[in-house]
Design a protein around this ligand. Structure first.
Ligand code: MSP
Length: 506
């Protein structure tokens, strides 16, 4: 089996403060990376920032700082946010890093030398107050999509990338690799809306601003957007550098997770770039939906913005991670509201998971002075619960393989639900009263063991919670190949509530 796994998020525009929607892709990628590591894969998890372009240049000018100073501050803040969210990336790439700039320049030159990039004329629409170029299709009622004002026809010298030359090869590839774009609805959209009507060559350089990677053989040009941005996935691994060990080891990527609006660039421009460079294509591009607030975009101007760290501080990092991973059906859009975050935390995390662990450890303290009891003879009710706990890793794995993380989490929470039901059915307090010690021991043992199995399954998704359960159970080992691996006679640590019920009226 191929035991390496290369996973990426998009690189983010550091053009303002990050919102909860930006955390969505990154938390999903982190959970998958952690899961694959736990399965013994050698994982390389890449994230980073996409720092060039006219927008950044203008924002820096507005602030009276250099573009580099402007992005440096945001990048530092971004790294703090990822740390607060527990993101375990292996590398953070910045498109302003020297090695990336050099690789982009080499790629651009190579494509030019082999005739895939040529010089031509860019004809487009220009909005003078916004200093922005737009294509016909980006205009709204023929006007600038940003400010709504008149736009003017302009012509600018530019380099173009011959997408059209590779159209047929791309179509054949998508046809023969149905797993390449997921969900499949996005694949059909790409083929029918963008590829079939015919690919136009792509403008890949600009002369009207200079905050970008300079074209080495024609200095008034800077590389424009996608060749710069997409190359990050291979420049990060040392492609075309003196040391390409990582590239040899990890390319092709196993998974690019991207938001739905950039699937197009990852499944048309990127594969064509790779074909032109004679490199293998990534195994999969998954286009997820958006997190929206009341159906609209999350942004400062919409007045619905809060720094994600405020939610983390108020509700805990695992409450936020759980919400992002669980709430949105993967692939579709989902609504973010603080009420929904509270409902998830109170429902699944406090009432089901937290309550079960707390009750179980509390009963062990009450009936056995905190010492793990023996597991005696099992009956049908026990076996049903144990069978589910033992099947859980397989259910989680098959859902992760489908990238259905909400379903994986639902299966884990279901174990805790089943445990709460098991308590209702076995009624430990009655067993204690009747002095049926043998049965009581078995019941408490099974519950403690289930808490362990649940904690192991939760680890990639809610690492802090999982660690806390391990700590309370006084264990470090993760052997779950058998059910009854807890050591009878060992003392538990003090019970600590995992999630407090939130009583907040919004
Ligand atoms: N820089 C490009 C990506 C280049 S990748 C070679 C870019 N950056 S971005 O900052 O605008 O977006 C980064 C990611 O965040 C995208 O996948 C985008 O879909 C995602 N999201 C931004 N807002 C989002 C939500 N409200 N909800 C979910 N994801 C969102 O695009």
């Amino acid at each position: 089996m191929d035991k390496k796994y290369y996973i990426t998020t998009p690189i983010y525009y550091p053009s303002g403060t990050f919102h909860i929607g930006h955390c969505y892709t990154t938390v999903i990628a982190d959970a998958i990376a952690r899961y694959k590591r736990s399965k013994g894969y050698d994982v390389y998890f890449l994230t980073g920032t996409d720092e060039h372009g006219i927008k950044i240049q203008k924002k820096a000018e507005e602030k009276g700082v250099t573009p580099q100073e402007y992005v440096d501050a945001i990048v530092a803040d971004t790294k703090e946010l990822w740390e607060a969210l527990g993101i375990t990336y292996d590398k953070f790439i910045r498109t302003t890093d020297d090695y990336h700039v050099e690789t982009v320049q080499k790629i651009f030159k190579k494509l030019y030398d082999q005739g895939d990039i040529y010089k031509g004329e860019y004809k487009g629409k220009y909005c003078t107050p916004c200093e922005s170029f737009w294509t016909e299709s980006q205009l709204v009622d023929g006007k600038c999509p940003d400010c709504g004002r008149e736009v003017y026809e302009v012509t600018e010298e530019a380099y173009f990338f011959k997408l059209s030359k590779y159209q047929k090869r791309l179509e054949e590839y998508l046809e023969s690799h149905p797993e390449f774009i997921e969900p499949s609805s996005r694949k059909n959209e790409m083929i029918n809306n963008f590829i079939k009507p015919g690919l136009e060559d792509l403008c890949v350089s600009r002369t009207s601003f200079n905050w970008g990677v300079p074209v080495t053989f024609d200095e008034k040009h800077v590389v424009y957007v996608w060749i710069d941005a997409l190359s990050n996935y291979i420049s990060a691994l040392g492609y075309l550098s003196d040391d390409d060990t990582l590239f040899k080891k990890f390319w092709p990527a196993d998974l690019h997770i991207v938001g739905k609006e950039i699937v197009r660039f990852h499944t048309i421009i990127w594969p064509i770039m790779l074909m032109a460079l004679d490199l293998p294509l990534p195994k999969k591009v998954f286009g997820h939906g958006w997190l929206v607030i009341d159906g609209g975009k999350i942004s400062k101007s919409n007045g619905n913005y809060r720094d994600p760290r405020e939610y983390i501080n108020e509700y805990s990092v695992d409450a936020v991670r759980y919400f992002l991973l669980r709430e949105v059906p993967f692939g579709s859009d989902g609504n973010f509201t603080e009420e929904a975050l509270i409902a998830r935390t109170n429902g699944d995390l406090a009432n089901v998971l937290g309550n079960l662990v707390n009750r179980t450890i509390g009963m062990c303290k009450k009936y056995f002075d905190n010492v793990i009891p023996k597991q005696n003879e099992l009956n049908e009710i026990d076996n049903a619960l144990i069978d589910y706990a033992m099947e859980l890793p397989n259910i989680v794995e098959s859902n992760i393989d489908k990238l259905d993380i909400p379903a994986a989490l639902e299966a884990i929470i279901e174990l805790f639900r089943k445990c709460n039901k098991y308590i209702d059915e076995t009624m430990p307090w009655v067993l204690a009263k009747e002095e049926d010690k043998t049965r009581l021991e078995t019941v408490i043992y099974n519950l403690l063991a289930c808490a362990k199995h649940g904690a192991v399954a939760l680890k990639p998704f809610l690492p802090t919670t999982s660690e806390s359960i391990f700590e309370q159970l006084n264990i470090t080992d993760e052997n779950i190949s058998e059910f009854a691996t807890l050591e009878s006679g060992k003392t538990l640590n003090e019970a600590k509530p995992l999630f407090m019920r939130i009583d907040k009226t919004l």
